[in-house]
Design a protein around this ligand. Structure first.
Ligand SMILES: [Zn+2]
Length: 437
């Protein structure tokens, strides 16, 4: 039965739900439902894997900028939220197809392109690399006497790792094959700023037929010499010490597309970190939580291309690096079944003890582990310049990483709420706690 008043209540409820869209007004504290929405949006096909095909990174940057504006973050410069820079990047915008023994394999699931792969359309016999060439000069001489033009050279990951140890003429001879395929136990994509002449694929070893006789592949690769991208930066001015800064950072870019049909969603890496950054921004934007010192939110571009956005900021800082009290970098926060790891936890021991204390007091996460320094995310160039910085990532859950399976549906977000509260308490302890004056 539907009475008039219950229909009215339903309309009000629907209006409220509709208002909680992507630009919903900030909730007073961390909001798991909204975080899920952020991750689903950033990892959706419409953002093309937040890379360099179809301007995916540009769409992601616009999304972040919109959120910053809606939350009331201010730009640090008169130029706005964007800090532009360029990078060289190899991309795969067109065809990406592979058939072995005339049986097609699936892009993303059975094979990916090597980051520095060249373009090519190749049909040829398979030539397996002989492991003896690494140890026996006679095997190397025999290889050099065998023409490889027109063949598809197939090697294992272990062999691929040993290639740089071979004499230069042998390496050059192997590069003369029409294409190169490396068989790998897991597909893990990456990016490169250069391109080899030869088309090169990585194929999941378990998808490779035995015996493989013939290969047909088409791959379109395009090297962009100076692709324009950007960091997105906004801040909340401190109410008591505005010239003293805390930084929360997370990279919004990912690996983009492999051809027309496949993209890398990057839900854990790093839509989850961006979602956490936005939740912290929403928290500190609330009048009751306005921070005593300024809090800067930096969404970096081009992290997957080699930490390029954060390196650019460190080389062209918009605030004096010496005035950053602490930087908290967020990357891979979508799981947490096995706990939380803090890179630089062994470098900045006193802040790590504070973190341990807060965590023990409130029992936020079951396992809080410390690591030494590592050049594995955007904290790196900051801490190399003497800025105290931690990089937080969650452990456990979905093993998807740099592959097409890193989708928002697979993220448990087990530790998302507890990690939010731990980060909030930690930032408050570093100077973000609202001024009591
Ligand atoms: Zn990554």
């Amino acid at each position: 039965m539907t009475s008039g008043s219950s229909r009215f209540r339903l309309l009000v409820l629907l209006a409220l739900l509709g208002a909680r869209g992507l630009l919903a007004p900030p909730a007073p504290a961390q909001d798991l439902r909204r975080a899920r929405q952020t991750i689903a949006c950033l990892a959706s096909p419409a953002l093309h894997g937040r890379g360099y095909v179809n301007r995916g990174e540009q769409r992601a940057a616009r999304f972040v900028q919109k959120q910053f504006r809606a939350l009331g973050l201010l730009p640090l410069t008169s130029a706005g939220y964007y800090q532009p820079f360029t990078l060289p990047i190899n991309t795969f915008p067109g065809r990406a197809a592979l058939a072995v023994n005339q049986q097609p394999l699936r892009p993303g699931l059975d094979f990916i392109a090597d980051a520095a792969s060249g373009s090519g359309s190749v049909r040829g016999p398979v030539r397996l690399l002989d492991t003896l060439i690494f140890t026996q000069p006679t095997a190397r001489t025999a290889l050099l006497a065998t023409p490889l033009a027109g063949t598809v050279l197939v090697l294992t990951q272990a062999q691929a790792r040993r290639l740089p140890s071979l004499p230069a003429p042998v390496q050059a001879h192997l590069a003369a094959a029409a294409a190169r395929i490396t068989l790998v136990p897991k597909l893990t994509a990456s990016l490169a700023g250069e391109q080899q002449p030869q088309p090169r694929l990585e194929v999941l070893a378990s998808s490779w037929p035995a015996p493989a006789r013939t290969v047909a592949l088409q791959l379109e690769a395009r090297l962009l010499a100076a692709y324009p991208t950007q960091n997105v930066i906004g801040y909340l001015p401190g109410t008591a010490r505005p010239d003293s800064f805390l930084v929360v950072s997370a990279h919004y870019d990912h690996l983009g597309r492999l051809g027309c049909a496949t993209y890398f969603p990057g839900a854990n890496d790093n839509a989850s970190g961006v979602a956490m950054l936005l939740e912290l921004a929403a928290y500190y934007a609330q009048p009751a939580h306005r921070p005593a010192c300024s809090v800067v939110f930096m969404a970096f571009g081009a992290e997957e291309a080699g930490l390029l956005g954060s390196r650019y900021f460190v080389e062209h800082p918009w605030i004096p690096l010496s005035r950053i009290r602490f930087l908290v970098n967020l990357d891979l926060l979508g799981t947490g079944d096995d706990g939380l790891t803090v890179v630089n936890g062994r470098v900045f021991e006193e802040p790590f003890r504070q973190l341990q204390h807060l965590n023990a007091q409130q029992q936020y996460v079951g396992s809080l582990a410390a690591r030494g320094r590592a050049a594995n995310s955007d904290h790196y160039y900051f801490s190399e310049r003497g800025v105290p910085a931690f990089f937080f990532y969650t452990r456990g859950g979905s093993p998807a990483y740099h592959d097409v399976l890193d989708r928002s549906e697979t993220l448990s977000l087990t530790a998302f709420g507890p990690v939010f509260r731990l980060l909030r308490d930690f930032l408050n302890g570093q100077g973000a706690a609202p001024s009591t004056k």
